[in-house]
Design a protein around this ligand. Sequence first.
Ligand code: ADP
Length: 402
Amino acid sequence: MKVLVINSGSSSLKYQLLNMENEAVMATGLVERIGETMGAVKHEANPDTDAEKKVSREEAVPDHKTAMHMVVDMITDAEVGVIASTSEIDAVGHRVLQGGEDFTKPCVVTPEIKDAIRANIPIGPLHNPANLMGIEVAEELFENVPQVAVFDTEFHQTMPKKAFLYPLPYEMYTELRVRRYGFHGTSHKYITKQAAKQLGKAKDDVNLITIHLGNGCSMAAVKNGKCVDTTMGLTPLEGLMMGTRSGDIDPSICAYVAEQKGMTPKEIDNMLNKQSGLKGVCGLNDMRDIHSAVDNGNEQARLALDMFVYRIKKYVGAFAAVVGNLDAIVFTAGIGENDDIVRQEVCEGLEGLGIVIDTERNAGRVKKAKAIGSDDGRVAIWVIPTNEELEIAQESLEVLGK
Ligand code: ADP
């Protein structure tokens, strides 16, 4: 069984071809800057093996259709390809950002499903149009291959009303669908399944806080294997401080800043999404650069790091209260997997909650699931590498009954 996983963004197209017999990545890559004067194409066949082959070139990519053709050409190429023809692909799995309240599980794409994705564009304006375009181009190119949509919001659809509603006039919800949806669902779901396995518990039995720290950051409160709360909201802007996103702020700031600076709603939105977070405070958004700056005595970088850690810690406390009997907290994604300093600082001072980190076990980057808690702790602490592509591929086959 071979599954092609597609993540189609507004100006990029990421892909991964997986062999599901052994869950190996056959090929992975990225077409970037679609629609700009000059684009970029990266492709890796058989990554991390002796047969690894890489392609990296600059080339204009006018649209998503051209990008998808490039992907097909590369994966079937005589030199750098990994399959003879696209007929070897059993399913194409698409990451779709906003499933709204319509989707609680992955779906085989039909005209009705595409209509539902389209109907969610108002609440996913930056991603759903590009996701839909990816699906339509793939339908054209992989004519007889089933297409599956997997939604980033799905895992969070189990949140109770008291957690997902904003205390706004109720018609904001009924008329405009303003509520908390949560994102990174595929990652939180994958981590929940993996954590249950590691803890030797049934998936429906685990109580967790999952902490996804990448460029975007979010946490989920998981009770009996189901999401009961998460940090992101109507959009991926709410919650934790992120690379360039503010996370939680007093909403009145928007009106105040707009009046003082004469900024439009679009400019405010851009500021909160692109110019805030770690970048807003210290000018840097890559955590590795922030650590180097801290090592060089940069006080603003130290402040940004302190704020980043403090806000995660606050949510650990909040979600510990929401979940109750915690089995484990789990770190994942770029920062969660690689940054022992952030993990250490988040856990420091949480001993009262039964969360006690073991400095030696925590040291270094983590490539495979690892327990990093002290034997004195009541709550386990794990680092589990996320794998959203594998989760999408598995769910795609599952929904197809393959
Ligand atoms: P995305 O949300 O784009 O999938 P990733 O999960 O790849 O992001 O995470 C990107 C983040 O991970 C960046 O802030 C980067 O600095 C951080 N990161 C990657 N490697 C390391 C490392 N060795 N130490 C600290 N942070 C790291």
